[in-house]
Ligand binder design. Structure first.
Ligand code: FE2
Length: 404
């Protein structure tokens, strides 16, 4: 009798703790173009649940928020995996939210739901905030990237979002590696929006298709189903080329693995019509390479004039698997702290490391290799405070930018 009772308890527990068939997986928040009034959420299930939805309410200290829930419909996308299996991705943009407000939400269908998770909308006016920037996670996501994600979360749990400068997954056609990425991120992407750039590895393992005389790689078909990013970039590059304004900072994400020429007029327009005090660009491939035998000429020729002309403050990059942070630069030359210029950073969060390139060493304030790093960047009025930390929590690099 006792044995039977225990068995019943075990069955009940296994289903109560998220093992039920159809439990939403890989839940991730992404910011929209207007993070003070909306946010997107994406998840997936193995089978299709047509009546899936998102339930949202302003968070309350007690559980009475459940009496004020609003439902949002979802878009469902059927996705064919490399294994031949089919899965279903769901996405929804939650609109008409209030600024600087803590919300709670769950996703699911019928009686099978995620837990309630919380997120905070941005303010609709300048206000201090911080975000976390990572270079390439890419390899050994479960075994080695988990600890850097956890270290970053421990250092800045209230970060407004996480920005990853590309190469999230070494072979993005392999669904199990996406599974490792979400394992490493755990519950964090359910609370902290993720804003990824696409790197060259988001194109790996895929067929090249001829485009006119050139050959072109195709973005992994698993990128867009996993995220719901602002669709405000160049038409062909939606969700890999986008921008968003977070309070007084314009963030511009470029796709350095595609034709940059197509993005330049768009980039110029976003730099020119920009009311934010600060401008931060993220692109996977760096202008000033830190990895041995890497050539950045194409990126310099195309992007540097625009960065210089419109005074981009900070460029957050990856790709080179070695750390480098430049002085403030203009036209490839070091400028004074009080002059207009741009700081370029390359960082890496995963365990794959390259030896350092000394080609640009005269432009670098700080370099390093062999480390897993994350960066906490805080913006407060005229001050931008940048800190890079190791996986073991030591401060590795820091600087401030001050606007006059
Ligand atoms: Fe890369």
């Amino acid at each position: 009798m006792m044995k039977f009772f225990l068995y019943i308890i075990l069955i009940t527990f296994s289903s109560a703790f998220g093992q039920e068939e159809g439990t939403p997986q890989r839940i991730v928040l992404n910011l929209t173009e207007k993070p003070a009034e909306s946010i997107s959420v994406t998840w997936r299930t193995v089978d299709m649940y047509i009546n899936s939805e998102v339930s949202v309410a302003e968070a309350t200290a007690d559980t009475s928020f459940v009496d004020n829930v609003k439902s949002f419909p979802v878009k469902i996308e059927e996705v064919l995996l490399n294994t031949g299996d089919i899965v279903y991705h769901y996405s929804s943009t939650l609109t008409d939210l209030n600024p600087q407000t803590l919300y709670t939400y769950k996703v699911g269908h019928d009686s099978v739901w995620s837990e309630w998770s919380q997120f905070k909308t941005a303010s609709n006016k300048p206000s201090p905030f911080r975000f976390i920037y990572f270079g390439d996670p890419q390899n050994y996501l479960k075994s080695f990237v988990s600890r850097i994600f956890r270290a970053a979360y421990s250092e800045a749990p209230q970060a407004a979002f996480w920005l990853i400068a590309g190469d999230l997954i070494t072979d993005p056609s392999r669904d199990e590696l996406w599974g490792e990425f979400f394992y490493a991120a755990g519950f964090i992407t359910r609370m902290t929006p993720l804003m990824p750039a696409a790197g060259n590895h988001e194109y790996r393992g895929l067929i090249y298709y001829p485009v006119e005389d050139n050959k072109r790689k195709i973005l992994t078909p698993l990128w867009r189903p996993h995220f719901t990013l602002p669709a405000n970039g160049v038409d062909d590059l939606l969700e890999t080329n986008y921008y968003f304004d977070y309070q007084d900072v314009r963030f511009i994400v470029l796709n350095g693995s595609e034709d940059l020429n197509a993005q330049l007029p768009w980039l110029e327009e976003k730099l020119e019509n920009n009311k934010c005090k600060w401008t931060i660009v993220s692109i996977h491939q760096p202008l000033y390479s830190t990895g041995k035998n890497r050539d950045s000429r194409e990126y310099q020729e195309k992007l540097l004039p625009l960065y210089d002309n419109y005074g981009v403050d900070l460029v957050l990059q990856g790709h080179d698997h070695a750390y480098g942070r430049t002085y403030k630069l203009k036209n490839g030359q070091i400028v004074g702290n009080n002059e207009k210029g741009t700081v370029y950073v390359v960082s890496v969060s995963g365990p794959k490391v390259y030896s350092l390139n000394d080609k640009y060493k005269n432009l670098m304030v700080k370099t390093g290799n062999g480390l897993q790093l994350f960066q906490v960047i805080s913006v407060d009025g005229n001050l931008l405070d940048y800190k890079s930390y190791t996986a073991t929590g030591e401060l590795f690099d820091s600087f401030e930018l001050i606007k006059e």
